[in-house]
Design a protein around this ligand. Structure first.
Ligand SMILES: Cc1cc2nc3c(=O)[nH]c(=O)nc-3n(C[C@H](O)[C@H](O)[C@H](O)COP(=O)(O)OP(=O)(O)OC[C@H]3O[C@@H](n4cnc5c(N)ncnc54)[C@H](O)[C@@H]3O)c2cc1C
Length: 399
């Protein structure tokens, strides 16, 4: 099967690797002239790692990643610990793969390296996909350089602002959630005694929360801070922010958070306005299908957007490899298999937004006390709530 992919983000690159694994021919067109992810970290949960294991690239990806010791939650202002659930050998057994943190650039570089090693000419940079038309032969793609290319399948992994989704369905109607996300990355050694622990830590506070974890083999600390505001900007990591504003958003917070913000270089502050979209009920048009953020953009509060894109890649490539049915039927099978799980992740991400931001002390006590209790008495309860996400192995899911 000849597959064309729009976009070489985490979703597109993984889908390309999965297509090669299942014996398809693949070409990715990426509009950017080089692959440069933003300077930030990303959580790489066990459900995504299982796909990389099946593709035999888990070792390559792990090389620059960091394995946290625990999942942790703290109060943002006092630093008081709500829970600390070790990510030990038992978790590895329970979820079937490691939970990692990685720099986005290292992640994309590893995927690109694996792709080039397997198919040196499959990645075409600096060429966008402008449009597509279905035909009896499959799908004809209009490229930004004027060329037209025909293939059996088009996978649109062109991100949250997908042009192909707009053409396939209708123009998007995102709603501003009233939250912006700050990001910053700081060398661990610059933080001295205020370095955050080697955990995946959520810091919760009034109308805001932060997430800290280590990346690049532990050399760097990643910070994401989400704040409720009515001053919104663009839905893009390219929107520059102001260091003083970030410091003021987290004034009165634990010294660890303030140190990270103080140590980050002033020109490294970016803010992303968080928009929400209702789950789509259709991702397929004949021989064209959406994947990753193009299909199911989600708020980042479960750290699962890229992980779901990784799972999508496996399923779409596997379904296309099944004989005895049309491409359209295979793409519909992909959609049917993926919709329930990605919709559940979209909804869970939405509801975490409320959990993380409790505006009053009473609400904080009501929400975080049961978590504290569970963390101390039944830490497995916290793991159990994550089982549906992390234990799932898409490479072994029903065929
Ligand atoms: C604050 C924040 C924190 C997050 N944290 C996590 C986390 O910890 N874990 C996690 O799993 N997810 C996380 N996510 C979500 C994750 O970043 C996204 O879900 C993921 O990057 C989506 O990957 P993608 O490949 O679908 O899209 P993208 O990464 O957006 O890639 C799309 C690619 O397509 C290219 N493109 C666009 N249009 C065209 C075109 N017409 N032709 C050709 N190329 C095109 C773009 O240049 C880009 O390279 C987070 C998101 C945010 C905002």
């Amino acid at each position: 099967m000849r597959v064309i992919i729009a976009g070489a983000g985490i979703g597109g690159l993984t889908a390309a690797l999965c297509c090669l694994h299942f014996g398809h021919e693949v070409i990715i067109f990426e509009q950017a002239s080089e692959l440069s992810e933003v300077g930030a970290g990303i959580q790489l949960p066990p459900n995504a790692m299982k796909v990389f294991k099946a593709l035999s690239i888990d070792a390559l990806i792990s090389q620059t990643a960091f394995r946290p010791e625990a999942l942790e939650a703290r109060m943002g202002e006092s630093g008081r610990r709500i829970f600390n659930v070790p990510l030990d050998e038992k978790s590895l057994e329970r979820w079937g793969a490691s939970y990692l943190h990685i720099h986005r650039a290292d992640y994309v570089t590893a995927l690109k390296t694996a792709l080039i090693a397997r198919s040196p000419k499959s990645l075409k940079l600096g060429v966008g996909i402008e449009d597509y038309k279905l035909s009896k032969k499959g799908v004809t793609i209009q490229l930004s350089d004027g060329r037209k290319v025909t293939a059996d399948v088009l996978i649109a992994a062109d991100g949250i602002k997908s042009k192909i989704r707009a053409k396939m369905l209708r123009p998007d109607t995102p709603r501003f959630t009233g939250n912006i996300a700050w990001r910053a990355v700081v060398p661990l050694e610059a933080l001295g005694e205020n370095a955050p622990a080697s955990t995946a830590c959520v810091w919760m506070g009034r109308k805001r929360h932060a997430v800290t974890y280590r990346i690049r083999s532990g050399e760097l600390v990643n910070f994401v801070g989400v704040v409720e505001t009515d001053k919104w900007s663009d839905e893009s990591w390219l929107q520059k922010g102001n260091k003083e504003e970030a410091l003021s958003d987290f004034s009165g917070w634990d010294p660890i958070i303030k140190s990270i913000l103080k140590c980050a270089s002033p020109d490294s502050f970016y803010r992303w306005a968080l928009f929400d979209r209702d789950p789509l009920s259709c991702w397929v048009d004949g021989s064209a299908a959406l994947l990753g953020d193009a299909a199911h953009p989600m708020l980042p509060f479960m750290a699962q957007g890229a992980a779901m894109a990784v799972e999508d890649g496996w399923v779409i490539a596997r379904e296309l490899s099944k004989n005895g049915r049309s491409v359209q039927a295979s793409l519909k099978a992909y959609e049917n298999l993926r919709l329930p799980r990605t919709q559940k992740a979209q909804q869970a991400s939405r509801s975490n937004m409320n959990t993380f931001h409790q505006a009053t002390v009473l609400r904080q006590i009501a929400t975080y006390s049961p978590m504290w209790l569970a963390g101390h008495i039944l830490p497995n309860l916290i793991k159990k709530r994550l089982d549906w996400l992390y234990s799932f192995d898409v490479t072994k899911s029903p065929l």
